[in-house]
Design a binder for this molecule. Structure first.
Ligand code: AMP
Length: 549
């Protein structure tokens, strides 16, 4: 599919070309044909980072009337950061449409200036709900000509308590407008908005059950609570070049962790609700420029945070539920990149990962914290690589070289190397000289979790185990099995338990009450065009005793 065959006007195509957008991302391929010309309401289940801004932004820019100097398209979004980001994106797309004006309306900034912007005749308004209500009350925002309303990150807006504001705003818009709702998840509140305000919407769900981007690796490290900070440090030290977002539970913890990291010389900072808007902006600018490499944040503060190159999400503390995990992880693996999400969990917390695995149809890989030696080797490799790769600028140093050579003349080659290593690398040696093993054993209460070496929940707990004759060699993953089973039997993904992928076949568990359905409906089914067989498998034997099917 090509942007040029979608009926997008030439000015917008030119801007897309400038931006280097060559092919539509999946949500764009699905949404653009509908939103550019259709007249139905729309629901797009997609996270940030999937290209949804262009999916609704291009149609808005194409459809509003430049001759009518009144708001015709309104985008509601949860945070100031997202509001500014969307506005910037829309302005970039509208680069060759000089008569279209886009206003950003959000709390925490001068309202007078926003009033002026609105009175100046912006056809598109990107707003956080609270501030838009304020402007409506001051009669500065006239919504009587709104033809398109976008609800972006609807689930987040509800999480942030904007339900009432959204109701009030939507009620003030003409009934014949189109409403386009985007959300990463579909909790009951969002479903209620869809029911109350959308008329026969076309629904597009990116990845179906798999709302978590497939290009994220989910890993878990288990330690005791007192080793949490050390665990974080080990992961950071073992990952030279990390550009990460570290999630903490409270503002205080965010501040404490960020300060500890800074004190030890890491390029880190904190983002939380106790900061003033100016401080937040300052931190965000530094993070965007990557002059800080680790941003320690609370969930609330990181909402709408939209930075493309984040390589790692570290859950310093477990998220409160599977949806929060989805949101946190969605900050990495953006714009086609891959990403890593790392959970630090105590043995007691491990059991909660199960819930996330089920709800998000994903699996955690359990890893061991690297020991001091592995970390030092990794750091040393990085240090030597940096030295080897740093270009030698003889000319620039010509004036200083003789003095340096003279000062170092007394050292032989090995001694010189040792001294350079000590200068560049001493901290790690000292930090990890006596560092012990911080990996904690997992309690029996968390058996049944997927992952390395963990035992399966015994059959007696109410699971039935099935055999299926496809495995890794068939290029399938756990998600493909979940989809296959749910699609054919009608059971829900949370009724599926542990999945064991082998080379040529696999096993999966199903809640006892759902087992009959699976037995009946999956005797012989097709997966990617080939017939596969599912049948009852025996109870899982203890490791090493072989399998019986
Ligand atoms: P969004 O989900 O709208 O925040 O988009 C995520 C990132 O993908 C942003 O950096 C966009 O600029 C980029 N992007 C959006 N659409 C495309 C496309 N068709 N090709 C390449 N990059 C894109």
């Amino acid at each position: 599919m090509d942007f040029r065959t979608m009926g997008i006007r030439a000015e917008l195509l030119r801007a897309l070309e400038d931006l280097g957008f060559e092919t539509p991302m999946p949500i764009q391929a699905e949404a653009l044909p509908e939103l550019l010309y259709g007249c139905r309401d729309f629901i797009g289940l997609a996270q940030t980072g999937t290209g949804k801004t262009a999916a609704f932004g291009l149609p808005l820019l194409q459809r509003v009337d430049p001759d009518l100097a009144r708001p015709q398209g309104v985008v509601l979004c949860p945070t100031r950061e997202l509001c500014l980001q969307i506005t910037d994106d829309l302005k970039r797309y509208a680069r060759y449409l000089p008569r279209i004006r886009v206003a950003a309306v959000y709390g925490g900034a001068s309202i007078a200036q926003q009033v002026r912007q609105l009175r100046g005749g912006s056809q598109i308004v990107v707003a956080t709900p609270g501030r838009l209500i304020d402007l409506m009350q001051r009669r500065a925002a006239d919504l009587s000509r709104v033809a398109y309303c976008v609800l972006d990150e609807a689930d987040e807006m509800l999480n942030m308590g904007f339900q009432e504001d959204i109701d009030r705003i939507l009620e003030r818009m003409p009934a014949e407008r189109q409403t386009w709702l985007f959300s990463a998840t579909m909790p009951p509140g969002v479903a209620a908005i869809a029911r109350d305000y959308l008329d026969d919407p076309r629904k597009v769900s990116l990845g179906g059950r798999h709302r978590i981007a497939p290009n994220i690796t989910h890993t878990c490290y288990v330690m005791n609570d007192r080793h949490r900070y050390q665990g974080l440090k080990r992961i950071i030290d073992f990952t030279p070049g990390i550009f990460g977002l570290v999630f903490c539970r409270t503002r205080k913890e965010t501040q404490t962790v960020a300060e500890a990291l800074m004190q030890e010389g890491y390029l880190a900072d904190a983002l939380h609700g106790d900061l003033s808007q100016a401080q937040r902006d300052h931190v965000m600018r530094k993070f965007r420029r990557q002059s800080i490499r680790l941003l320690v944040a609370t969930d609330v503060a990181a909402r709408g945070l939209d930075v493309d190159a984040i390589s790692h999400i570290i859950h310093y503390n477990l998220p409160d539920g599977p949806e929060i995990y989805t949101h946190r992880s969605g900050r990495t693996a953006r714009a086609g990149r891959s990403g890593i999400s790392i959970v630090l969990a105590t043995p007691r917390e491990v059991v909660r990962l199960r819930e996330m695995e089920r709800a998000n149809a994903m699996r955690f890989e359990f890893r061991k914290f690297p020991d001091g030696r592995a970390i030092c080797e990794k750091q040393l490799d990085g240090f030597v690589d940096r030295i080897v790769e740093t270009p030698m600028d003889r000319e620039a140093f010509a004036d200083y070289l003789p003095a340096a050579c003279e000062a170092l003349a007394g050292f032989d080659r090995e001694e010189l190397i040792l001294r350079f290593m000590a200068a560049g690398f001493k901290r790690f040696l000292e930090d990890y000289r006596d560092a012990g093993d911080i990996n904690a054993a997992v309690r029996p209460s968390s058996v049944g979790l997927a992952g390395n070496g963990r035992k399966a929940r015994p059959d007696a707990t109410g699971k039935r185990r099935f055999f299926i004759n496809v495995g890794r060699l068939d290029k399938i993953n756990e998600g493909a099995i979940v989809r296959l089973v749910c699609d054919h039997s009608g059971i829900r993904s949370h009724q599926i338990g542990r999945i064991e992928l082998k080379r040529e076949f696999s096993f999966f568990e199903v809640a006892r009450g759902a087992a009959d359905k699976v037995r009946r409906s999956l005797k012989k089914v097709q997966l990617d065009g080939r017939w596969v067989q599912v049948r009852d498998a025996g109870r899982r034997k203890t490791p090493g005793s072989g399998l019986h099917i």
